[in-house]
Design a protein. Sequence first.
Length: 299
Amino acid sequence: MVVGSPVYAQSFRSSWITTEGQRCRVWDPDPKPNETVTWSGDCPGGLADGEGVQQWYSGGVPGNRVEGVYRRGHLLSGVITYPNGDQYIGALPDGVRTGHGMYKFANGDRYQGDFRAGKRDGRGVFTWANGDRYEGEFHDDNRGGQGVYTFADGKQQNGEWNYNRLVPSPPSGHDIHLTRINGVLTAPVTINDTVTLPFVVDSGASLVNISADVFRSLVVQKVITPADMRAPHQVRMADGSERMQPVFVIRSLRVGALTLDNVTGSVGPEAAPLLLGQTFLERFRSWSVDNSEQVLHLN
């Protein structure tokens, strides 16, 4: 089924399905049991092509209706109307919301902006039926990154967002004393008020990073719980390379006497160094390391 519901997950069981009546094949990015589909357009070579309408059914019950443009059985763009009254208009490569589009909710809410793998991801504007409005960055279907939330009464919240929460700005002027371990300066980091570990300050890492073995230990100790986990993310490493890694939220990250809430972290390979990356450092206007004094200055 074409992006089967307002739940934005994408299936990895994609396959072809043959339409009822015309016997025309179309690509199904999210197959479901007992589903069928009809097609109103042309079918050269046995594949849906050009403009047309798909009507999906589940056990004979009408589901998504797709008015779109197809090429050799693959959906490119169009309008999806969902059974609950929601509607999506925009890019639909292979039936998955990816690119620019607009999602209109039946309750009057609306999002217009970037999508990735079916989820709000990138820059966009979300407008609520009550008059509230958020404009800025989204990640994993949530407000994530820089953005401005404007309430219907005109009041605003402006700053860094993490999974729909505005990240509090830390107080300025903090000095963190560092310890040299094996020739490298490290900062004492306490995770979720429980475990303190030495982290290397590294602006080349996009996220705070822990190794897989440390992650397992923290899970066993219930320092990290299933509720803290988020969707995997493409993470930039200290050497400039990128890799897909598990992502989680550190509910409380304390460095010295300074505590930050809801810091995004990632899980690296076995025995990887513990890195205090950009999701920590970007909370500050400026920072520097005094090697001679072995101090991390945060402002």
